[in-house]
Unconditional design. Structure first.
Length: 308
């Protein structure tokens, strides 16, 4: 991130006052833990570590040059700028760390990643160990099948093969439905989204269960998108949000307030348009996905609280 001139001096906010108190305690030899670990690290010249995904288009993925890009990463850059303003720094150094569905929560909990900028679902089970900010997208799990397939609903997959990505809420929902309805579906766990799509195209699986927005994005990135289609009703409702450590409440307060500001100022709407309604890398194709009514309604009263 390029250095930005420090704005006119203003009265320190609550995060800054807590940070200054923590730094003073450390300077005097105090043993109290820092109130805001990430902000303290940045104030001392440290680097903000953003977790990114490999193939969660358009939220967080690696483009043709190997550079992490995406909707969630653009949001995290805005959050980094809010931290810079709060700490009155000339700039905030940023580094990127690749995460997977299987590793993302552990990396956040262990503070190896400060903000996980991807397509992670905020739900009650995960909130026991990590924290989330205001959702940046609301989606639901559906089915990706080959275009010549006659299968359109989950009930038609009885006795067939379905793949989903390991350590995702979509996989858990599929497993629960399979057990509850005694459908005898052979469930295959793929290590990543791209691998799951490969299995469908190669007829190694009859369908892929995942958030529909990711399915549309993955389909559009294939050499021949016409070979695939998204079908079926939503199996789940998935509020996607940026994840951070649960033991850093002052960081969360800053991030939540900045997310609400971005929504109310319409800045986040512009970022949405850039990634969902305009051509994006690496192929220069557009998803052509206007904002759905679930997200539009949720953003009328933005909150980190989700009833799921």
């Amino acid at each position: 991130m390029a250095p930005i001139d420090t704005p006119t001096r203003r009265k320190p906010g609550p995060w800054m006052r807590g940070l200054l108190a923590a730094l003073a305690a450390g300077a005097l030899g105090g043993t109290a833990a820092a109130a805001t670990p990430v902000l303290q690290k940045l104030a001392q010249g440290g680097t903000l570590v953003l977790g990114h995904r490999e193939s969660s288009t358009p939220f967080s993925y690696v483009d043709g040059t190997g550079r992490p890009v995406g909707y969630a990463l653009d949001i995290c850059q805005r959050l980094a700028e809010a931290m810079r303003r709060e700490l009155k720094l000339a700039s905030v150094p940023v580094s990127y760390k690749l995460v997977t569905p299987a590793t993302r929560m552990a990396l956040v909990q262990s503070h190896q990643v400060d903000l996980e900028c991807g397509s992670t679902t905020n739900n009650a089970e995960r909130r026991q160990t990590v924290a989330f900010t205001v959702p940046h997208y609301i989606t639901g799990s559906r089915l990706l099948v080959r275009s010549d397939s006659a299968l359109t609903e989950l009930r038609q997959f009885e006795g067939r093969r379905l793949v989903s990505t390991r350590s995702t809420t979509s996989l858990k929902a599929l497993q629960a439905a399979n057990a509850d309805r005694l459908m005898r579906i052979q469930i295959i766990e793929a290590p990543d989204h791209a691998g799951a799509v490969d299995m469908v195209e190669k007829a190694q699986a009859d369908g892929f269960v995942m958030d529909d927005v990711l399915l549309y994005a993955l389909m559009s990135s294939r050499p021949d998108p016409s070979r695939l289609k998204v079908v079926g009703k939503m199996l789940t409702v998935e509020p996607l949000a940026i994840m951070m450590a649960k033991d850093d409440p002052d960081l969360k307060r800053l991030v939540d307030e900045e997310m609400k500001r971005l929504i109310r100022s319409q800045e986040l709407h512009g970022i949405y348009t850039k990634w969902f309604e305009r051509p994006i890398p690496p192929h220069g194709s557009s998803l052509n996905l206007p904002m759905n009514h679930l997200l539009r309604d949720f953003w009328k009263f933005p909150s980190d609280y989700v009833p799921f």
